[in-house]
Design a protein around this ligand. Structure first.
Ligand SMILES: [Zn+2]
Length: 242
């Protein structure tokens, strides 16, 4: 018998999923949303997808078997990077409706708490513009946060650039060095600020992110309020989406 802790819905049989819902064991689902887009010259374009999938899996494992993870949506709203060939993008209305349909499928299966866990800055504004509508239509406890929303000023202080999050910079490069160093093409780093990235900084920022996402889920399952305001970033600036 396979005794791995499996949290991805795609790794479960329909019997396992059905029994988890019918027994009340499965209490929440994560829908990871990401991107396939340029990450400067040195990071692979899968970065956001690989990062958010990792965060979702690790957070769900901490609450196993209460939390399952939908297949990551790997292409997001990246129109702003289309000048860099290789970036893949979908229109905001297509992206948000696709995310909605995945959430609706989970709701129809009996999932009552859904966390859309985002890993790409360009998805934040389009999703936040629709969340009130989607929450009303779905009629279940659904919220949207990026995994970096759980960071505070103490985490930002770990960055010499003080930029957290940031696109392909000290933060994302540090995370990549910690999570999947084979995806960092260090010889192609052309910005001195990016060279400040280290594996140690990444390792220091993984645990608070996983713990923070797990805490969001715990609160959702317990029916407690979550007051993390989704934020986005462009050009290195973190902006709150109130
Ligand atoms: Zn990124």
């Amino acid at each position: 018998m396979d005794r791995r802790k499996r949290v991805f819905i795609g790794d479960l049989t329909r019997k396992e999923f059905r029994q988890g819902i019918e027994s009340g064991t499965i209490q929440a689902a994560i829908v990871p949303t990401a991107a396939t887009e340029q990450h400067l010259e040195h990071l692979e374009m899968i970065h956001d997808t690989a990062s958010v999938t990792y965060m979702a899996e690790q957070a769900a494992l901490r609450l196993h078997p209460q939390v399952v993870v939908a297949t990551t949506i790997p292409i997001g709203v990246s129109e702003h990077w289309m000048a860099h060939k290789g970036t893949l993008t979908v229109r905001p209305e297509i992206f948000t409706e696709y995310v909605y349909d995945v959430c609706d499928a989970l709701k129809r299966a009996g999932v009552t708490n859904i966390l859309i866990l985002n890993g790409h800055g360009g998805n934040v504004k389009p999703m936040m513009a629709r969340m009130d509508e989607y929450r009303a239509k779905l009629g279940v406890n659904v919220r949207f946060n990026s995994y970096w929303d759980v960071y505070d000023v103490t985490h930002a202080a770990l960055m010499e650039t003080k930029r957290l999050p940031g696109h392909a910079d000290e933060y994302e490069t540090s995370m990549a060095l910690a999570l999947f160093p084979e995806r960092v093409h260090a010889e192609d780093i052309d910005d001195p600020a990016v060279r400040l990235a280290t594996r140690e900084k990444g390792l220091a920022l993984i645990e608070p992110a996983v713990a923070g996402v797990a805490e969001i889920l715990r609160k959702m399952i317990a029916g407690e309020p979550v007051d993390l305001i989704p934020s986005t970033f462009r050009d290195g600036e973190r902006r709150s989406m109130v």
